[in-house]
Ligand binder design. Sequence first.
Ligand code: GLN
Length: 254
Amino acid sequence: MTYCLHLAHCYPSHMSIYGDRGNVIALVQRCAWRGIALDVTPIEPGDAVDWSSFDLAFFGGGQDSGQALIVQDLFERQRVGFCAAIEADLVLLAICGGYQLLGNYFLTHTGERLPGLGILDLHTVGGKQRLIGNVVVEATFGHGPPVHLVGFENHSGRTYHGPGVRSLGRVVVGHGDNGEDGVGGSVYRNTYGCYLHGSLLPKNPQLTDHLIRLALQRRYGSEAKLPPLEARLEMHAQQTMLKRLLPRRLFRRS
Ligand code: GLN
């Protein structure tokens, strides 16, 4: 049986900084190596979108100015269909600026208030000092053991969680969602959000494969099996960074 999946890439012209497009490339490539066709549709302001036709979506980061350019389209044109798809377990990965816009609002450091989709119970407030650097989050997803996800963050926004959202993991290195409470990202249904650019998926194949598996089983049923695929180079990249960043006692466990 040939599997075929469809991915919506949200606003790639405005929301694709710090290598975020690499997440889409990693998903397409790890699907292709398994004989799964993953086609990608860019969604830009003004597009009419049938969200029910998608299995996956990716929403990358952007400057405050890029977020301001797309937020009206997101809120007025896409909100109803996009939120319905998320509630119907669309597999969504959102990074930084995209992640912020899934929450209730983003109050930028210049005082502009951007409305969010309100799908994640969180809000973001811009600070004067940007949170920049390498980041490691000890994350739990699927049925596997905790995984150290490696990334790079650069944001002024501090994201604070409400009771309605589960955290993806715990920050081990870096700032994460707000630099205060150690929270590193969110999970709601099949939606994953975090601050890890870098790109995230090429060097964290455990999460890449988890997202593909979720999408495959959502479309083809729980008996659909993700064919095994080695990830030697990807894991080498991940482990190289973990070795540099983690205290030795934690690196041995990763
Ligand atoms: N503009 C947002 C912020 O600075 C998001 C930045 C990003 O996506 N890297 O917080």
